[in-house]
Design a protein around this ligand. Structure first.
Ligand code: GTP
Ligand code: MG
Length: 197
C-alpha cells in the first residue's frame, strides 16, 4: 500500500470523544518507550507526525491519524511506566482498556514488544486480556536493528516458546525497525488486506 496522506485528526481523553467513524482503525499498544509513535511515523513516512521521545510516557492521549482518507492509525499511551503514580497509571489503563473494548471500528491491535527484552509479564498479561476479551491483535517486535539476525531469530523463537506454554498457537508476529524501515511493507500489506475484508 502507498501512503499518500497521513493527517493528524485529534487527541482524545476518552473513547467517547474519539472521531465518530466507521472507517477501519488500527491501534498501537505496548510498554512506554517500546516505539509506538516511531512505528506510526515510519509506516506513514512522516518523521514527526507522532511525537517521539527518549523518555517514556510521552504519548498521553488517544491520538487519531487518518491515512489515505480511508482508515485510522491510533497512537496510544504506553503501559508499565514506573515513574508515574499508581493512581495515574490506573486511570490511564482504565481509559485504554475502555477504548479497546468499546471502539466498534477497531479492526486490529498491534501489540508492540521490544526485541531486546525477555518476555515480560506485563505484555503477556495484556495479550491474555486481549484474547479473553476477543480483541483481535498481532505482535510487533520493535527495534530489531538492535540485534543481529541470529540474535533476533533466537529472541523470536524464545518468545514463541514462552507463548506456547499457555497458548495453543502463537498470534501473528511482525518484525520492525523504525530506524531501518524494517517491517513497513509487511505491516501495510496486512492492514490493506484487513481493510478489504
Ligand atoms: P510512549 O509514548 O512514551 O509510550 O513511547 P513510544 O512507545 O511511543 O516510543 P517512541 O516511539 O517515543 O520511542 C521511544 C524511544 O525509542 C525513542 O528514543 C526512539 O527513537 C526509540 N526507537 C523507537 N523505535 C526504534 C527502532 O526501531 N530502533 C531504534 N534503535 N530505536 C527506536
Ligand atoms: Mg508514544
Amino acid at each position: 500500500m502507498i501512503v499518500k496522506d497521513a493527517d493528524f485528526v485529534t487527541s482524545s481523553t476518552d473513547v467517547e470523544k474519539c472521531p465518530k467513524s466507521q472507517l477501519p482503525e488500527y491501534a498501537f499498544i505496548g510498554r512506554s518507550n517500546v516505539g509506538k509513535s516511531s512505528l506510526l511515523n515510519m509506516l506513514t513516512g512522516r518523521n514527526s507526525l507522532a511525537k517521539v521521545s527518549g523518555k517514556p510516557g510521552k504519548t498521553r492521549l488517544i491520538n487519531h491519524f487518518l491515512i489515505n482518507k480511508e482508515w485510522f492509525l491510533v497512537d496510544l499511551p504506553g503501559y508499565g511506566y514506573a515513574k508515574i503514580s499508581k493512581s495515574e497509571s490506573e486511570k490511564w489503563e482504565k481509559f485504554i482498556r475502555k477504548y479497546l473494548l468499546t471502539r466498534q471500528n477497531l479492526y486490529c491491535v498491534f501489540l508492540l514488544v521490544d526485541s531486546r527484552h525477555e518476555p515480560q509479564k506485563i505484555d503477556l498479561d495484556f495479550m491474555e486480556w486481549l484474547a479473553e476479551k476477543e480483541v483481535p491483535f498481532v505482535i510487533v517486535f520493535t527495534k530489531a536493528d538492535k540485534l543481529n539476525k541470529t540474535e533476533f531469530e533466537v529472541f523470536q523463537a524464545k518468545y514463541a516458546e514462552k507463548l506456547l506454554e499457555s497458548w495453543e498457537e502463537v498470534p501473528q508476529m511482525f518484525t520492525s525497525s523504525s530506524d531501518k524501515g524494517i517491517g513497513r511493507d509487511e505491516i501495510l500489506d496486512f492492514i490493506e488486506h484487513l481493510n478489504k475484508s
